[in-house]
Design a protein around this ligand. Structure first.
Ligand SMILES: Nc1nc2c(c(=O)[nH]1)N[C@H]1C(S)=C(S)[C@@H](COP(=O)(O)O)O[C@H]1N2
Ligand SMILES: [Mo]
Length: 340
């Protein structure tokens, strides 16, 4: 799954390559392309419903498809550099103080404009508090390793684990964590790509070295910091528009930093306009942006979006493939205005 993208796919899906020759008002050609390549618009919602939330598993036949977790047999062991190793049951987790946090997840495989991201309200316990309770050795600890029932494993730096924003989540959008999203317990690590958000956790090890997880052993990043990304959900690529005003809508996500500005371009990135966005419920989620556009005249337009985070970092237009540290590039679509 993670290894299937080529540079050609990036260009195709991003629309960046396709669109290049079409500006300058080649109307009839654009209409023909529109009929051939039109992509339906996507609905933009702040929270992604569980049943449409993307799913990525390293194995095509994950244990989860063949076998349910028996909750009375499930255990979570905290091991490694800790004073009091402990084994917890589901009830023990539910008894701890619960935290609710809105966090956006994104797969490291996601392309500019891609669908491998979603936003949910997660309920869980604080990893930091759990590590403090078991007496994690602050001198020796370097990583915290999550091991899962399907054989998957990954780690985050101990310091990252102790920042206080990492959840061990057992609810998603108000219901018990669905099987495909990691029942009974998963890690939710704000700002780090999906690979670090281990599902079906059975063991947490406080580790004295620099641990290499499943994807790191295949050459992918161990850092996993999410890059700024943004997406145009509607109108769809090559959708034909008629009339004086059109609503453009989509999402923008800053990963570890919250978004401070979203900009839209109707001339292939030469000039940029401010797109307003709705305030997020937490600094760890995407924002929903919109723009009411009055096209100056009929024709084909190359429309792009970019976002800027609170540190002033501007989303780059450089096209980079997902491997090994996440994709970059701008989501660009062609919009064909038939007549005003
Ligand atoms: N146990 C386990 N956890 C896992 C994976 C996996 O294959 N096994 N895939 C990871 C990847 S690559 C991503 S993007 C996220 C996806 O989470 P989701 O399926 O809930 O969207 O889970 C992560 N956690
Ligand atoms: Mo992923």
């Amino acid at each position: 799954m993670l290894l299937r993208w080529s540079r050609r796919d990036l260009l195709k899906i991003g629309g960046v390559g396709l669109a290049a020759g079409l500006t300058g008002g080649c109307d009839s050609a654009a209409s023909v392309f529109g009929r051939l390549f039109a992509v339906p618009p996507r609905e933009t919602t702040y929270f992604t419903p569980n049943d449409t939330f993307y799913v990525v598993n390293y194995s095509d036949s994950p244990f989860s498809l063949s076998r349910d977790v028996k909750i009375d047999q499930w255990q979570l062991s905290i091991t490694g550099a800790v004073k009091k190793p402990v084994t917890l049951r589901y009830d023990d987790i539910l008894k701890q103080p619960a935290l609710d946090r809105a966090v956006t997840l994104e797969c490291i495989d996601n392309l500019p404009g891609g669908d491998s991201m979603g936003n949910a309200m997660w309920r869980g316990i604080s990893l930091k508090e759990l590590l403090e309770e078991v007496g994690a050795d602050k001198e020796m600890a370097r990583d915290v390793v999550f091991r899962a029932a399907d054989g998957y494993d990954d780690s985050i730096p101990f310091e990252r684990a102790m920042r206080g924003d990492v959840l061990l989540a057992y609810m998603m959008n108000g219901v018990t964590l669905p099987k495909m999203h990691g029942f009974p317990l998963r890690a939710v690590v704000p700002g780090l790509y999906g690979i670090k958000n281990v599902k079906w956790i059975t063991e947490i090890e406080v580790y004295e070295g620099d641990y290499k997880g499943y994807w790191q052993r295949k050459g992918w990043t161990d850092d996993g910091t999410i890059k700024i990304t943004s997406r145009i959900d509607s109108p769809g690529h090559y959708q034909n528009l008629r009339g004086k005003e059109h609503l453009f809508k989509g999402i923008a996500f800053g990963g570890p930093e919250t978004i401070s500005k979203v900009e839209i371009s109707f001339d292939g990135g030469r000039t940029w306009l401010d797109a307003p966005f709705e305030l997020p419920l937490s600094p760890h989620t995407w924002v929903v942006w919109y723009y009411n556009w009055a096209p100056p005249k009929a024709g084909a337009y190359q429309v792009a979006v970019r976002a800027i985070d609170v540190t002033g970092l501007v989303q780059t237009s450089d096209i980079v493939r997902p491997s090994p540290a996440g994709a970059s590039g701008l989501h660009t679509i062609v919009t064909v205005v038939d007549h005003l």
